[in-house]
Design a protein around this ligand. Structure first.
Ligand code: SF4
Ligand code: MG
Length: 318
């Protein structure tokens, strides 16, 4: 088990393997996430990158910003590609064909590549128990093709496929799919470690990566990543809005150890939740919302907080 990180100062001693040379937007949350994940993992790491912003914007003109091995996978099949890499290493080490230490194998999949289009291969990888960490960097849309709706897009957000109009004034009308519940609540018995994380809490994020990599089998980290382009906010507010998500309960930080979903541990519990409107106001994708839509979101957040077992004062839904 890699030692846990205690402070930001300590991270300056860690090697960067996600290095300059990518072409993501200014203030891109997933790019910050990639750097932190790569730093936490270290040099003996292989990244699998299914199609998404962290493939497309990172690999323009046949170059990429990784100082460790990286391979592209289709958006559908990162789970299968990573399974193959893990089994190849396992067998080559077992047969004595290589003397290497088993590498950290990390899938960096977007919300589409993990919990939507990529779901079947990812579920199969988790089910078979391969030693792979899947990090779902969640920018809450299909961003690299121009911000289309995904199951991670929150209720009420505008995307190219969910514009607000007279028929559906709130824009997106469905609530979220929950990949932590899908993967880590018992349906995938070999996942012994699952966590949610945020780029607004980098030490917590890096330690969750290290705990995931320390498992003997698969692990899952669902990582919210603010996206200035898709969510319409100025690029210098990336971290502030990430923190606001946690402070309002729009994002919750917890971990599930030893597959014990019932006893999930909150790694950040706000003293009380701020109203969701504080978060919604920061982003253009919510600018069309009427008060009744905001009430609906507040209700959703309050109910989710209760269902997760957060014992914290909740704002009134009115
Ligand atoms: Fe990053 Fe969003 Fe730009 Fe994609 S669209 S590169 S996720 S800021
Ligand atoms: Mg996405």
């Amino acid at each position: 088990v890699a030692e846990l990180v205690k402070s930001i100062a300590q991270t300056t001693d860690l090697v960067d393997t996600y290095v300059p040379g990518h072409r993501t937007c200014a203030g891109c949350g997933p790019a910050i996430a990639y750097r932190l994940v790569a730093k936490a993992a270290g040099k003996n790491t292989i990244f699998v990158g299914p199609t998404g912003c962290m493939y497309v914007a990172n690999t323009s003109y046949a170059c990429g910003p990784w100082a460790v091995p990286w391979t592209h996978a289709q958006i559908t099949n990162a789970g299968a590609v990573a399974s193959g890499i893990a089994e190849a290493f396992r067998m080559m080490i077992k047969k004595g064909k290589i003397q290497d230490e088993f590498p950290n194998i990390i899938v960096m999949a977007g919300d589409g590549g993990c919990s939507d289009i990529g779901l079947q291969a990812m579920s199969a990888m988790f089910y078979r128990g391969h030693k792979v960490l899947c990090v779902m960097y969640d920018n809450e849309s299909y961003a690299n093709t121009g911000i289309q709706v995904s199951p991670s897009t929150p209720y009420g957000a505008t995307t190219m496929f969910t514009p607000a109009g007279p028929e559906i004034p709130e824009a997106k009308k469905h609530h979220l799919k929950d990949p932590m519940a899908i993967f880590c609540s018992g349906g995938h018995p070999y996942i012994k470690y699952g966590a949610t994380a945020s780029i607004g809490y980098p030490i917590d994020l890096m330690n969750k990566i290290r705990k995931g990599l320390a498992q003997d089998g698969p692990a899952f980290v669902h990582l919210q990543c603010t996206c200035p382009k898709g969510w319409s906010f100025p690029s210098d507010r990336t971290i502030e809005i990430s923190k606001l998500a946690v402070e309002t309960g729009m994002w919750n930080l917890y971990e599930v150890e030893n597959g014990d979903w019932a006893n999930k541990k909150f790694t950040n519990m706000p003293k009380k939740l701020k109203p969701v409107d504080d978060y919604l106001q920061t982003q253009g994708r919510f600018s069309h919302l009427q008060p009744e839509h905001v009430v609906k979101i507040q209700n959703f957040v309050n109910n989710r907080a209760k269902a997760l077992g957060m014992e914290v004062p909740l704002p009134p839904a009115k």
